[in-house]
Design a protein. Sequence first.
Length: 432
Amino acid sequence: MREIPIKAAFALYRLAWSIGLPFLQRNQRLAEGYSQRCFRSSLPPPADIWMQAASVGESFLAIELLKQLRPHRSIHTLVTTNTGQGMQVLQRALVDNTPADGSPSATVAYFPFDKPDIMKRAVAHIRPQVAILLESEMWPAHLAALKESGSAVLVINGRMTPRSLKRYSLWPSFWHRLRPDRILAISSEDAMRFGRLFGEDRVEVMSNIKFDRLGFDAPPSSDTNPLAALFPPDAKLVVLGSVRGAEEEPVRRILLELHRKQPEAVIGLFPRHAERVQGWSAFLTDRRIPWQLRSHTAEAVTPGAVVLWDTFGEMGHAYQLAVAAFVGGSLAPLRGQNFLEPLASGVRPVIGPSWEDFHWVGTQIIERGLVRVARDWEETVELLIDDIARPKDREAVRRQAREYVKDRQGGTARACSLIMEVLERWGRPAIS
């Protein structure tokens, strides 16, 4: 009898996808690669490992894993993503990658739509031995098809918010049936939530791979920075990074106040989503603030101008040249964006009060003054102006940050060890 509700749920799920797919073709984010998402064209080759990286952050995690994964035999990995920005990151690092150092070769593609018949066809074609879900990317048809095919399913760098657990818990038996084989969660709180849903025996805690991504091996060099010609050493570059749509109003106030109080400062504005570039360009034009698109910028930027980023993958380079930085997703209840990257460049970031998704970093990073939490946009401006007037020694900041993260690294190695363990067991009885 328990099979009937499950089958009925998947029938309704299939119907919802059938109705929704034509509309998704008109969606600005999903239209790109639509045929591939329907698994009709540009099909990827079969792969030993299928790694799903939902967007940009997860794509960087996938790259980090592939750098350290050293299988004992030749294997191929498929890395999929849901977003165009994630695709750019992956293509830049992995497309046509045939490494000679023992790491896996890799292909990148868009993640198929989770309509049950599409996903079943995709899994049957790819035939992964191991499927890796990075952070929190769980789709019911995907999990069901993987289970049916006998693929081992791992959640790596797993995180689950209380809100997500509440949503999954509306039908716990449904998700329990689709549960992954092993879960490496980034905190004890995340592990507890995964355990409540899937069973504690399948969950353990790992260090977040994002700690491993911080580059402290050598100080950033302007000689190799592709933006160095645009922002000379005397430029007062302020980065407003990863700005989300819901916080644009307070960030506009920050930008206007910085422009008024620090007229010589250059502001690098990085919208989190490319579709917001047009809205920002209209705002800057309406306020008569000198600005230019990054894609149209080839010479040194005039002091007082705003560079509006419409290209992807350069925010890290901008942090290396900045005197001050704000990291978005934090001035509205958006739970934060990654504020660790500026620290690797020797810049102490300013964030807003919403950073719940990054509590795993630890409150000690705030207590040590490596990250400053502003109450509102006005305090954000005060802190940024103070950084412009009295910049900290970059190498001292990097040294303190390196000391903070060194005992928190090692997550990538732990994840690769689990992946290798499961690959070795392929063809043996499934993980219990």
